[in-house]
Design a protein around this ligand. Sequence first.
Ligand SMILES: [Zn+2]
Length: 218
Amino acid sequence: MTPNKEDYLKCIYEISTRTEKITNKEIAERMQVSPPAVTEMAKRMIEEELIQKDKKAGYLLTPLGQKMVARLYRKHRLIEVFLLEHLGYTSNQLHEEAEVLEHTVSDYFIDQLDHFLGSPKTCPHGGTIPPKDQLLEEQYQDTLEKVTSPGNYRLVRINDSFPLLQFLEHINLTLNDSFAVKQIDTFTQSILIQCKEKTITIPFAIANELYVVAIKDL
Ligand SMILES: [Zn+2]
């Protein structure tokens, strides 16, 4: 499937939450397309005032782009809640289906769905569902990678990529699990945690995809 404008918007948004400068190369890598393809799409998106190009920051979302991103996440995440709660999808199946549906359902459908579901605040991965016509502001923004001292934490949000979800399933770590950070090892670039009586090593690269809050007790 060729990625469309909406996929680009989401990709640029996601990069913007982690890096200072959004380059053509970075978008191409993430979208798995060629840099010239990105250049061409970016040109169209600049014309449509969805993004702008800044010498220092690279590509930036305009207010219109931000509004569209919020709408896309709202669709994606409400659909995920519906699939999980009402159609019996497993947490790993959600993303792909939502990825397709978010481009096809109408705003009316989404408003009705939101009402039907009782206006949930988060998706099954802990991502914030922005209310209608509001910008996306993630409730959970602190990653496990940023944790600097041992202590107790709860896993409250996961970036919903399929390989990541598979990895988490493999190590038996699920959303809302509490665990203890035992050791942060900058040499091996990993974090040692204890969860459900098991000790698990989590590489920094993965910890960067997991969002946590500090808690008092396990
Ligand atoms: Zn999600």
